[in-house]
Design a protein. Structure first.
Length: 304
């Protein structure tokens, strides 16, 4: 009986960080070839490490779909644990090797990444000059995917999220505003509901948190929208609107400078205010390092 228990303990200890690193990279990339490039190993070494891991566990972790390796139920069960263990191992290594802290990996939606985070990151770097910051900017759907896939530590979003593996922390309040060119026919007057329905609109693309909030607010009160342009950038929306091609609906943060300079104007309407929360999202099973936890606190303090 003692021998059997010892044998099972040895089996568990045969797991290595190298095997888990290859597994997580393969889960992200969909092939051992791409995973090998990500972890700086040969494809044969990556394939061997993955085969060893599956042999030790006694299960297959992927299903082959065409040329891609797709996580199966076993793989999904392992992925969160493996990614969390690798994060903790990296933190231990940097702690005792006198290395710089692990890079702060973040993803943010366009409004937050372009208008709120730059100042916060600059202040963070002033206080933590050795900290490396890697920031991806995309729409809310892309940010959620990055957090869910363990590609980043923190996500900053402006839309709702219902991913079962993510946790959401309310951060700051925001307001949507309708903007126009100073030369637009509705500028300088109280725009009625009929005029807003008939106007041309320049809005963000589907999947954007701002678009989701704009649709929810405007459609509730107008019933329909005449969308002339769907753009993947708030800056592009501002430029289109400034040229008089339509009305825009964006975050107040995004147009504060343009409104102050006068090349955009806020349209007066009888619509109720459109307030929303901007949120910080993390993975429920991800171990956040010291830098990530400290940056979250930094952001929360700035919001007070």
């Amino acid at each position: 009986m003692t021998s059997k228990i010892d044998h099972r303990a040895d089996s568990r200890l045969r797991l290595s960080l190298r095997q888990l690193e290859v597994f997580v990279a393969t889960a992200r990339e969909g092939s051992t070839r791409a995973a090998a490039t990500r972890v700086a190993r040969s494809q044969s070494a990556a394939s061997a490490a993955l085969a060893e891991l599956e042999g030790i566990l006694g299960v297959n972790l992927f299903d082959r779909v065409g040329r891609r390796l797709m996580l199966n139920e076993n793989g999904h069960a392992l992925r969160t644990k493996a990614a969390a263990l690798l994060e903790q191992a990296a933190e231990i290594q940097s702690l005792f090797a006198n290395e710089h802290p692990a890079p702060l990996r973040m993803a943010a939606s366009f409004t937050i990444g372009e208008y709120l985070l730059p100042e916060l990151v600059a202040r963070w770097k002033d206080a933590h000059p050795d900290s490396q910051v890697r920031l991806q900017i995309g729409n809310t759907t892309q940010v959620i995917d990055a957090v869910a896939g363990f590609d980043v530590d923190l996500g900053f979003i402006e839309g709702s999220q219902t991913h079962p593996e993510l946790s959401t922390q309310s951060w700051v309040s925001d307001e949507l505003v309708i903007v126009a060119s100073p030369a637009h026919p509705l500028a300088g007057q109280m725009a009625g509901l009929r005029q807003l329905r008939e106007a041309h609109w320049v809005l963000r693309e589907r999947g954007s948190g701002t678009r989701e909030a704009a649709d929810r607010w405007l459609l509730e009160h107008l019933g329909r929208l005449n969308v002339g342009f769907e753009l993947g950038s708030t800056e592009a929306i501002k430029q289109f609107v400034a040229r008089g091609v339509g009305l825009g609906c964006v975050s107040r943060y995004a147009v504060a400078e343009a409104l102050a300079q006068g090349w955009l104007v806020e349209l007066r309407t009888r619509l109720p205010k459109a307030l929303r929360h901007l949120d910080i999202v993390t993975h429920r099973d991800k171990h956040l390092g010291r830098s990530a936890l400290a940056f979250v606190e930094h952001c929360m303090q700035a919001a007070l």
